[in-house]
Write a protein that binds this ligand. Structure first.
Ligand SMILES: [Zn+2]
Length: 92
């Protein structure tokens, strides 16, 4: 019997279930700002994604991330920033 099973979360991109540590959390803070939550503990509504290009791209198809975070849409600047942060690419 497995004890202390790590919490499992579902990737919004590909739908795989993974241990929380394998996924990156994106959070909508109580004041409505959307950002990558590096520590995984920021307050607000969170969504999880694999730190892989395929999954991150999938987030922005069909408004998946917006739906997961219960916002109507995600503006382009936020999207670019999330993309860069999630994939550790430079935003410049
Ligand atoms: Zn995924």
């Amino acid at each position: 019997m497995a004890r202390r099973t790590p919490p499992v979360r579902r990737c919004v991109g590909c739908g795989v279930r993974e241990g929380k540590d394998s996924l990156v959390r994106v959070v909508r803070s109580p004041d409505g700002e959307i950002a990558v939550d590096e520590g995984g503990k920021a307050p607000g509504r969170g969504a999880y994604v694999c730190p892989k290009k395929d999954c991150v791209q999938e987030l922005f198809r069909k408004n998946r991330l917006a739906k997961a975070l219960r916002v109507s849409e995600i503006d382009e600047d936020t999207r670019d920033e999330l993309f860069a942060r999630l994939l550790h690419e430079d935003a410049e």
